[in-house]
Design a protein. Structure first.
Length: 553
């Protein structure tokens, strides 16, 4: 035991010496970076340039201090270890997933040595990031020692930068906007910016096939920027997420919405925890935005001047929509990251931001005018919005954004190919030009008039089929409010000759799901209204897939 203590005694001074040398080198690099960054501020008055440089230096130093504190915590943890072998061993890159669970084209990447995607399959621990997580607040993380280790990490190994841009993304219901967003962000960077910026794409999916496919698309389209280290892609282990069925319902929201915003908060948390270790500033963005051509230049200039006039700002708002365009000092994020861990299932991330600001600067009365003024003191707002939200389809499945500018280009129906039907029928009064038969063929949409309780929309197949999945989507760009509600989905089984309820339309007018094999074969499927609907309804998508079709996807 004495020998182990002696070894640990030698280890800690050696770690501290290395830390001091590293910090001095990082500080020297930071000072050079500051000289480069501040070269873009030549139009500011001379005294402002000096004050801006001092403010910038202070922010860099705070960032370095935050990294030093994280390393201090690492050393303290090492002092409580019996030996060093397991710690050193954990730093070796190993596969973070079971190869038998992924598609053959994914495992084939292991043999492609020149692809950064293949290297992404060999992820390492992100030790600096781990220090900000409080396991007692997220106890499910303790179920797996590798819960905070990424399942996938594609990186060009770029060092510390001035500006980190964090983009969370997930598999969307209809359309992905990620490539558009990345193109706009890169177009808004000068060559100088590209050398001092890091764009982190966080894929919040446990489906590794989808993660790999996203990484391949990014590497193919932005190969130069992936290899230079400008773009990284990160995806967490499946064990990072809790059992969402156990998350308590809050704010009167449906279970679907609560699960969605809880996961969104956890995605933001992971991305923010990693991003704040990579650069001085952290910019929060979403995966469905476009950026002003000069967004980075304007951010740098306004941040520099604001750091002089409002040195204690918490975040600067460069867009007034949700979690878009919020710029933080990385050294300040530890407090908000902890706050999110406390309340991650209570409210959406933009509400958490508002709540955190109020807790920092307001009295008990958080609705007072004084509270609003105090929040503005630590949340300066830029004169213009540098980012525009373009996503019509929300990451919450079935939800369509209520923005006339976005919905004007939205299709009014979604083409599809359904199984042959011997009868398509409804007693709901129909608008003459929008028949149910055309909607079933995928040639248009069905438009019904004020359905009454008990009314049905029925689809009977030519022969009993193995119906594996269904999607019924209501509302469209022309008529976004003509949604189906208070309606159930029923299947008619060949075996029992009875209808069985398998689903109901959600708050967004969507019914989408899989059918258990126990019910096969199925003769028909119908929608049955269980409460009068006091408005017209649009059925814009009817997509029925048999088991052989699902297997081909």
């Amino acid at each position: 035991m004495a020998g182990g203590s002696y070894g640990r005694g030698l280890c800690c001074p050696m770690f501290r010496k290395r830390l001091i040398v590293c910090l001095l080198l990082m500080l020297a690099g930071s000072l050079c970076t500051i000289g480069i960054v501040t070269s873009g501020y030549s139009r500011l008055p001379r005294e402002y340039q000096v004050e801006s440089q001092i403010a910038e230096m202070q922010t860099h130093l705070k960032f370095l201090e935050s990294l030093y504190r994280a390393r201090q915590e690492d050393i303290l943890n090492l002092q409580h270890q019996i030996g060093m072998t397991t710690v050193n061993g954990s730093q070796h890159a190993t596969l973070a997933f079971d190869q038998s669970t992924v598609a053959s084209d994914v495992t084939a990447l292991l043999n492609v040595s020149d692809s950064l995607v293949s290297q992404g399959l060999h992820s390492k621990e992100l030790s600096l990031m781990k220090t900000v997580f409080v396991f007692q607040l997220l106890p499910h993380l303790m179920n797996d020692p590798g819960s905070l280790r990424p399942a996938f990490h594609m990186s060009g190994n770029r060092g510390f930068v001035n500006n980190v841009i964090g983009i969370p993304t997930v598999k969307r219901d209809k359309e992905s906007y990620l490539m558009i967003t990345l193109s706009h962000l890169i177009d808004g960077l000068t060559e100088e910016d590209m050398g001092d910026t890091l764009i982190i794409v966080f894929v919040g999916e446990s489906d590794l096939d989808f993660v790999i496919q996203t990484a391949k698309e990014i590497e193919a389209k932005f190969s130069k920027h992936v290899r230079s280290g400008l773009i990284e892609l990160l995806s967490p282990s499946a064990s990072y997420y809790p059992d969402f069925e156990t998350v308590p319902l809050t704010l009167g929201d449906s279970g679907k919405r609560v699960k969605w915003r809880t996961k969104q908060n956890l995605d933001t948390l992971y991305l923010m925890a990693y991003g704040q270790t990579r650069g001085t500033y952290y910019l929060m963005i979403e995966d469905d935005v476009i950026a002003k051509k000069t967004f980075m230049k304007e951010i740098k200039q306004y941040t520099a001047s604001t750091s002089v006039t409002v040195p204690n700002w918490f975040y600067i708002e460069y867009c007034n929509v949700g979690g878009i365009g919020k710029l933080f000092k990385s050294s300040d994020l530890i407090h908000f990251i902890t706050y999110v861990q406390l309340f991650y299932y209570n409210m959406p991330i933009d509400w958490l931001l508002e709540s955190y600001l109020a807790d920092r600067v307001c009295t008990v009365d958080k609705t007072s005018a004084n509270c609003g003024k105090n929040k503005l003191l630590i949340r300066p707002k830029y004169k213009d919005s540098l980012f525009q939200h373009i996503g019509l389809y929300s990451s919450l499945k079935g939800k369509i954004q209520k923005d006339p500018k976005l919905s004007s280009g939205m299709p009014n129906h979604f083409p599809h190919k359904n199984p042959p039907a011997r009868r398509v029928w409804t007693e709901i009064e129909t608008q003459a030009e929008h028949k149910l038969e055309a909607a079933y063929r995928g040639d248009g949409f069905f438009w019904g008039i004020n359905p009454k309780v008990g009314a049905t929309i029925e689809f009977w197949f030519e022969n009993p089929i193995d119906l594996a999945s269904y999607t019924f989507r209501s509302g469209n760009g022309q008529h976004p409010n003509d949604k189906i509600k208070d309606t159930v989905v029923e299947i008619y089984t060949h075996t029992t000759k009875t209808f069985v309820v398998v689903d109901s339309f959600d708050e967004f007018g969507l019914a989408d799901g899989a059918i258990k094999r126990d019910y096969f074969p199925i003769e028909g499927i119908r929608l049955r209204v269980i409460k009068d609907i006091p408005h017209w309804i649009v059925l814009s998508e009817i997509d029925l897939k048999t088991s052989d079709k699902v297997g081909q996807e």
